[in-house]
Design a protein around this ligand. Structure first.
Ligand SMILES: NC(=O)C1=CN([C@@H]2O[C@H](COP(=O)(O)OP(=O)(O)OC[C@H]3O[C@@H](n4cnc5c(N)ncnc54)[C@H](OP(=O)(O)O)[C@@H]3O)[C@@H](O)[C@H]2O)[C@@H](O)CC1
Ligand SMILES: [K+]
Length: 482
């Protein structure tokens, strides 16, 4: 599990650790790691041209001390001082080592730029001259190494309110920061390298966490000798309508590929015909009235993709959410519960899988506000609605009250195409039916779906059905790597 922390959490841990060490120790540890990472990126240090962007705080101090180390190894290091003040000891040491202070035009000839403008002490959008320097560094040809966080990215949330550095590599001190894992910040970090400064024992429980291959391999249910199709988990899917048949086919496909022992599909005539043709494995109940009475036993339900939003959908939602079984609510199902939130008041596990627009309707917030602050809104929605929230998007996050938000590290932009959400519902539903709780089911499903998307796309466009097809390959890939 990769864990990440807010700026306040990091600062508190640093205070505790610092009290046990001689002054300056932590900054030296940070600078040593930073200099080593810069050297590795440069390949050849001697004679290379490095430009430090130095802000007024300790983030600039880190950059100066790393610059000192690089200068001692023969690099030609120039520091552009952006703040009204500069880390004194760092600057003095840097100058003693042969570094020089330069104007911003030094950026034009740099082989490497070190962004030490601001770190966890920043607040709000970058001010001038920091903002202009960040943009100039982005426009240049030299790779940028961000110190701790790319300046302009909020370390605690991943928010980007104005100009922000776009780094090739982010060298972060002590522990990952939440903003490095959540978009839009995560898109600015490049590769992230963690420098151990001894903070570990002093850190509290994490703010967010990201699963790894090993975590998912460990969580995924595996059939044993005793398993039969019923014991492996039966999923009921209520999706599709005479108008929207594809959603039903894709949700059932995702579920079958994600290891459900059996998938029961119930719906009107048109989607029934389509599901039957696409998936002879599914057990089908044609519905001429909105009732789950004849569907047979299931261990979990998926409700919503392509279901419509009228009385039919409302009636099915009321029945399914009235059971004591885990329910995943997606797409049209979310519109139904947005109109009647009392349906979500239940004691059995509920996983909702909205994108930003659907969540906006559910919690009466602005869609743009949600996009800009995905983490906070997912967390607030989980608390307000009393359900587990999987918020889809550039970084998919899974929030449940009193637990660190799970941030999904897999995926590809090619997944932004119609129908992939239906596949995700099926995958997550299958995991619920196999006995995972909604937090694990949601985060493992997002992980698998993202990995399957990458495998299916392989650098080219994909269709949603390809993602379902690639789910078993994703399971094999992550199992092989662990
Ligand atoms: N503590 C430790 O043990 C260790 C800390 N370490 C390092 O220290 C970093 C934290 O250092 P920090 O606390 O000095 O804050 P930091 O991020 O450099 O910036 C603060 C200054 O920036 C300014 N500023 C703020 N917002 C701004 C904006 N929007 N636009 C423009 N300017 C803005 C503001 O200055 P002002 O404008 O008020 O003069 C403010 O005072 C941390 O990220 C890590 O790199 C490591 O060495 C490990 C050990
Ligand atoms: K920085």
């Amino acid at each position: 599990m990769r864990t990440a922390y807010t700026a306040d959490q990091i600062r508190a841990a640093e205070h505790t650790l610092m009290a046990t060490l001689p002054p300056g120790t932590l900054m030296q540890r940070a600078a040593a790691g930073l200099a080593a990472a810069c050297a590795a990126l440069l390949g050849k240090v001697y004679g290379s041209r490095v430009v430090l962007l130095v802000g007024s705080g300790d983030n600039g101090g880190d950059a100066l001390w790393a610059g000192e180390r690089l200068a001692r190894r023969g690099a030609r290091v120039a520091a552009v001082l952006a703040g009204a003040k500069t880390h004194e000891a760092g600057l003095a040491a840097f100058l003693r080592a042969g570094g020089r202070v330069a104007e911003r035009d030094a950026l034009g000839t740099a082989d490497l730029v070190v962004d030490g403008l601001v770190g966890i002490g920043a607040s709000g959008a970058l001010r001038e001259p920091y903002a202009g320097l960040a943009e100039e560094a982005n426009a240049g040809r030299a790779p940028v190494v961000a110190v701790d966080v790319p300046s302009g990215v909020d370390a605690s949330t991943g928010r980007v309110e104005g100009a922000a550095v776009r780094a090739r590599l982010t060298v972060t001190m002590g522990a990952l920061k939440t903003g490095l894992l959540v978009d839009p910040g995560a898109a600015r970090t490049g590769r992230v390298e963690l420098v151990d400064i001894g903070l570990g024992p002093h850190l509290p429980g994490p703010d967010v966490a990201a699963l790894t291959d090993g975590d998912v391999a460990g969580l995924l249910p595996r059939p044993g000798n005793e398993s039969d199709k019923y014991r492996r988990g039966v999923l009921g899917v209520l999706a599709g309508s005479d108008l929207y048949t594809g959603a039903a086919v894709l949700a059932v496909g995702g579920a079958l590929r994600a290891g459900a022992g059996m998938v029961r599909y119930a719906g009107p005539a048109e989607p029934v015909a389509q599901v039957r043709a696409a998936w002879p494995e599914a057990v089908i109940t044609p519905l001429d009235r909105p009732s789950i009475e004849d569907v047979g036993r299931v261990q979990a339900w998926v409700l919503g993709p392509g279901l419509g939003t009228g009385d039919w959908a409302h009636e099915l939602a009321a029945q399914v959410l009235g059971t004591h079984l885990p329910v995943l609510v997606d797409a049209d199902g979310l519109s139904v519960v947005a109109g009647d939130r009392s349906l979500l008041r239940r004691s059995a596990p509920t996983l909702i899988t909205p994108h930003a627009g659907e969540l906006a309707r559910l919690i009466r917030a602005g869609r743009e506000d949600i996009e800009a602050a995905r983490l906070e809104h997912a967390r607030a929605a989980a608390a307000e609605l009393g359900v587990t929230v999987l918020l889809k998007g550039s970084t998919t996050v899974v929030a449940e009250e009193s637990r660190p938000v799970r941030v999904n590290p897999t995926g590809t932009s090619w997944l932004a195409t119609g129908g992939t959400g239906d596949v995700l519902s099926g995958v997550a539903g299958a995991l619920l039916a196999q006995g995972l709780g909604p937090y694990d089911a949601g985060s493992c499903a997002a992980y698998l779906h993202g990995l399957a998307g990458r495998l299916a796309a392989d650098g080219a466009p994909l269709a949603a059905a390809d993602v379902a097809t690639a789910v078993p390959a994703a399971v094999r890939a992550l199992t092989a790597r662990t």
